[in-house]
Ligand binder design. Structure first.
Ligand code: SF4
Length: 342
């Protein structure tokens, strides 16, 4: 089935020409969709009625139904659960920061990486999302919440680098002037560390920020949280991240979820310092929320502060993430799991 959200403007022009529709109509259609948020052929009244009817027949638009919408009490986090055409549901989150609105997009339905702390992995991998299914997540916020989109993070459900082609296509599409005109420097892709694809991404010539979910200072500790560490040892992940910096000039961010009795000791902080010292990187510390289902607990405030201060004193560039959205189940996959009871 042809999906207009999967098409670049050039592809839409070619598609229209096969049905003898003037190619300048592609600009009008893109204006309707991306500037006005209109996603129904019937409402694109600048198009001749016969063209609208033809498009309705040849390329019917399915726009996701909003199954659920949650908003934090301070209004700074909004989460949408969207129903795709095949009935699968996908979560997306908007966070309103002082510098602008950031959207967290899902790239897959479910996830095969199976990090133990992650709700998305609970029911395994179902399928990849197309570029168009990522585009509609942005459009849904544009329609439902605000047209002001500042930045994008690929940190929702799924491992973006395991859906490489579609994610790349999506990034190229949203960068276009006719769509969201999203600067590459305003985009962050988060990966669990799919080493070969990290090298590929470094060669793409798109200066997005790479965020690596490290979560441990050794491969053995990492294996407790992320089974992917059995495939890609920590040293290889860091080498691939170093290469990304060399090739793109973009500072890599390391995400480090802090878990009681697993990776929050001073010994872990020391090991992390040894690996990271001298690198031009950012380490983002994220205390986990208690998750009794899988036996992971949040460290005490004293442990969190001790770990954070140790890294700071060693001169590492480190931040402690302030929690956003925990009251509305903003951790990836939680809303979908709750809704579908999976
Ligand atoms: S944290 Fe990301 S990579 Fe890991 S299981 Fe969840 S969605 Fe997949």
């Amino acid at each position: 089935m042809v999906n207009v959200f999967d098409m670049t403007k050039l592809q839409l022009e070619e598609f229209l020409e096969t049905y003898n529709i003037k190619k300048f109509r592609a600009s009008q259609i893109f204006q309707y969709i991306y500037k006005q948020g209109i996603t129904d052929w019937d409402d694109m009244i600048l198009l001749p009625k016969k063209d609208r009817e033809l498009l309705q027949e040849k390329a019917p638009i399915y726009f996701p139904e909003v199954m659920d919408r949650l908003e934090s009490s301070d209004g700074r986090t909004v989460k949408l659960l969207l129903r795709m055409a095949d009935g699968n549901t996908v979560e997306s989150v908007m966070m309103k920061h002082d510098y602008g609105n950031s959207i967290c997009v899902s790239t897959q339905v479910g996830c095969s990486v199976k990090c133990v702390f992650c709700a998305s992995a609970k029911n395994g991998f179902i399928r990849n999302l197309t570029a168009g299914e990522m585009i509609v997540q942005l459009l849904a916020f544009k329609k439902q919440v605000t047209p002001e989109l500042h930045s994008l993070v690929l940190m929702g459900t799924g491992e973006p680098l395991l859906n490489y082609e579609n994610v790349l296509r999506f990034l190229h599409m949203i960068h276009e002037k006719e769509t969201f005109y999203m600067g590459y420097r305003n985009i962050t892709l988060s990966t669990a560390g799919i080493v070969p694809r990290m090298y590929d991404l470094a060669e793409e010539g798109i200066p997005i920020t790479l965020a690596v979910s490290l979560h441990a200072p050794t491969t053995d500790i990492r294996k407790e949280l992320m089974p992917i560490a059995n495939t890609y040892p920590l040293e290889e992940v860091i080498m691939a991240a170093d290469n990304y910096f060399v090739k793109t000039g973009r500072k890599v961010t390391y995400e480090y979820i802090l878990v009681k009795n697993v990776n929050c000791s001073i010994a872990c902080a020391e090991m992390l310092t040894r690996i990271m010292k001298g690198k031009n990187i950012l380490i983002n510390i994220i205390p986990i929320n208690d998750n009794y289902d899988v036996g992971l607990r949040k460290p005490s405030q004293m442990e969190i502060n001790r770990f954070f201060s140790y890294l700071q004193k060693q001169g590492l560039n480190v931040t402690l993430r302030k929690e956003m959205g925990s009251q509305i189940q903003a951790a990836c996959g939680q809303l979908r799991i709750k809704r579908e009871n999976i």
